[in-house]
Design a protein around this ligand. Structure first.
Ligand code: KG4
Ligand code: ZN
Length: 367
């Protein structure tokens, strides 16, 4: 990587560390004075093999697995970027939300490197990192409407600027990725569930089972997937023992129900975003988070955006799922605004992106 010998104002090199869930990751990202970004290295090691026997992420196993390999991955990321710690401007680590054990591993490591090398430290919000990834991949600047769909979160937000988010909708029960994971488990498709359900659905008939389209037509763009999950379970129980074609058809019918429900909620959010931002505001719709890797969902949301006059943006799949390039980039964006954090910055397992957002339960919906 070419790092200019003279660090110019606004030019920054940031090491990012991600340990909030079941991926251990380290990356080096460069932010140029024009606000664009370059990935100098991006190393991710998933822990799926460790969690697979349990059918889900086991927090204690996750934390131990991060400890075992984080220093190795950081070494790899630094070598691949061909830089030394003295070339860094800052170290960014995920501070939350996520599993407390893993967050502590990443934070302590990031703080130690920052302290030892005399660099700034940045405590990064994991969801902010997903939200800002399109700045790194496409140079897109706020404001934009964002659908954030991951294993733990399902939200519609207006991204007004770095650190400035207005939540329009959230899930009142399961997250979308969680719904995919639980459906996969029920159908015996393994872990992680999202890619497995998508794969099975390719051979299935999405019209064979009539599953509910949760929240369709509701004025507030909230989500709910618990009822759909129950309907999937009842369908599977009715047909048991399941033949491979039954599994494919249930997976396809589930995915179709999800896609239609999510598209309806996003359409509502587009109307709200136009009201909030005013008719002259740029119309950009961004999808981010692990579930944004789902091709059927991408395709449907792309058509929806077209129909509503929004430009559609989604990061490449490997930058939708958890990675440290997004953490380094969010850190670089904050650093550019002078928003550095003290070494006392705590891990924050629960940390809303929009601190003013009201609980969705109060919106006249079931808890
Ligand atoms: O953002 P992410 O990597 O981790 C969290 O921060 O949660 O998202 C992981 C989630 C998992 O629930 C996984 O099953 C889901 O994203 N996922 C998918 C696909 N790829 C990953 N869901 C549906 N279709 C996919 N292709
Ligand atoms: Zn994530």
């Amino acid at each position: 990587m070419d790092v200019p010998e003279q660090i110019s104002p606004g030019f920054s090199v940031v090491l990012g560390i991600e340990t909030s869930c079941d991926e251990t990751a380290a990356a080096v990202v460069v932010r140029l004075p024009d606000g664009s970004g370059r990935i100098a290295s991006n190393v991710v090691r998933t822990q799926w093999e460790r969690h697979r026997p349990y059918g889900g992420v086991v927090p204690e196993i996750a934390a131990r697995a991060h400890v075992e390999c984080l220093d190795i991955l950081i070494g790899e990321a630094m070598r691949e970027a061909d830089i030394d710690y003295s070339d860094l401007d800052a170290v960014a680590a995920t501070a939350g939300p996520g599993l407390i054990g893993g967050l502590i591993v990443g934070l302590v490591t990031g703080k130690a490197i920052a302290l030892a090398s005399g660099k700034s430290f940045l405590a990064v919000h994991h969801l902010e990192a997903h939200a800002l990834t399109v700045g790194l991949t496409e140079g897109l600047r706020p404001p934009y409407l964002l659908l954030l769909v991951s294993g733990g979160h399902t939200q519609l937000l207006i991204v007004r600027g770095v650190g400035d988010y207005e939540r329009l909708g959230t899930t009142i029960d399961d997250a979308l990725g969680e719904a995919f994971d639980k459906t996969a488990k029920l159908l015996g498709l393994g872990f992680p569930g999202g890619p497995a359900v998508e794969q099975a659905a390719r051979a299935g008939n999405p019209a064979r089972f009539e599953l509910p389209r949760p929240m369709l037509g509701r004025p507030e763009p909230h989500f709910s997937f618990a009822g759909l999950k129950t309907a999937v379970r009842r369908t599977a129980e009715r047909l048991a023992p399941l033949q491979p074609q039954d599994v494919a058809d249930i997976a396809a019918s589930f995915q179709e129900a999800v896609v239609q429900s999510v598209a309806d909620r996003c359409a509502r959010a587009m109307d709200l975003a136009l009201e909030r931002l005013g008719p002259g505001a740029p119309r950009h719709f961004v999808v981010a988070g692990g579930v944004a890797a789902n091709e059927r969902l991408r395709e449907s949301l792309r058509s929806l955006a077209d129909a509503h006059g929004f430009a559609f943006h989604v990061p490449p799949a490997h930058l939708c799922s958890d990675n440290a390039a997004m953490i380094a980039w969010a850190g670089a964006e904050r650093l550019a605004l002078g928003l550095i954090d003290p070494l006392a910055a705590p891990a924050r397992p629960r940390w809303p992106l929009d601190l003013d957002a009201q609980p969705a339960i109060g919106a006249g919906l079931k808890a």
